[in-house]
Design a protein around this ligand. Structure first.
Ligand code: FPP
Length: 228
């Protein structure tokens, strides 16, 4: 498998079950991110995409949003050396202009520092699948307005070329933790032929055995891409 994408869900429920504030669930979820990066290295997975913050997540209480942004900045400061050790390039996917300045600065710093590496950790931040498609449509419309592109020339490849990270291959497998059976606006375009795997395990509890079970399930699938 080349590209694994994960909807990291269940931090709030994990915290609630322990009588802890939701932000403690996110902190524990940050620990899982660290572990999963190691599993991906061991499994030789080149791209790992994580749904860390959706465009809809801005609707959460101010304290929770602030705590998530702080956690992101702390994670970046703490993990930069680990990204270098493992030769992982950090990339961001989403409307980064929505993020607070400290988060943008921290992201830009780590992105630049790791830009030369082959393996990639892609963080979806202020990300929405529909927003991405709308942003791609805007990009195309600008090129049409400037006379650079003819509407008739638009095909799937041209369209995909205007998505946020056009050089990244589509995910092979999308894993969702904590049991919900939906995509929740994640990678709508790119998910067309992805295999889906849902586990009831909450993200903070997601461990190596769960990771291996997801990969094993993927290996059992017979991907036909609409063929026979
Ligand atoms: C979903 O759980 C999780 C999030 C909205 C945030 C994901 C963030 C992290 C895992 C930690 C920070 C990430 C990085 C990259 C350092 P939920 O709050 O929706 O859980 P619930 O559905 O149980 O309420």
């Amino acid at each position: 498998m080349e590209h694994l994408a994960i909807i990291m869900d269940g931090n709030g429920r994990w915290a609630k079950a322990r009588g802890l504030p939701r932000t403690e669930g996110h902190r524990a979820g940050g620990e899982t991110v660290r572990r999963v990066l190691q599993y991906c290295r061991d499994a030789n997975i080149r791209y790992l995409t994580l749904y860390a913050f959706s465009v809809e997540n801005w609707k959460r209480p101010r304290e929770e949003v602030d705590a998530l942004m702080k956690l992101l900045v702390a994670y970046l400061a703490g993990e930069e050396s680990m990204l270098h050790q493992n030769q992982v390039r950090l990339r961001v996917m989403g409307r980064r202009e929505d993020l607070p300045p400290e988060a943008r600065a921290a992201l830009q710093h780590v992105e630049e520092a790791t830009a030369g590496y082959e393996r990639q950790l892609i963080l979806c931040l202020s990300y929405g699948g529909r927003a991405e498609i709308v942003d791609a449509a805007k990009g195309l419309a600008k090129r049409i307005a400037s006379g650079e592109l003819q509407p008739e020339a638009i095909d799937e490849q041209t369209f995909a070329g205007h998505l946020y990270l056009p050089d990244v291959p589509d995910p092979d497998l999308i894993v969702r933790t904590s049991g919900e059976l939906r995509l929740s606006n994640f990678l709508l375009w790119q998910a067309s032929y992805a295999e889906l795997y849902v586990t009831p395990v909450l993200w903070p509890d997601f461990g190596e055995a769960d990771f291996k079970a997801a990969l094993a399930a993927f290996e059992q699938r017979n991907r036909r891409y609409g063929g026979v």
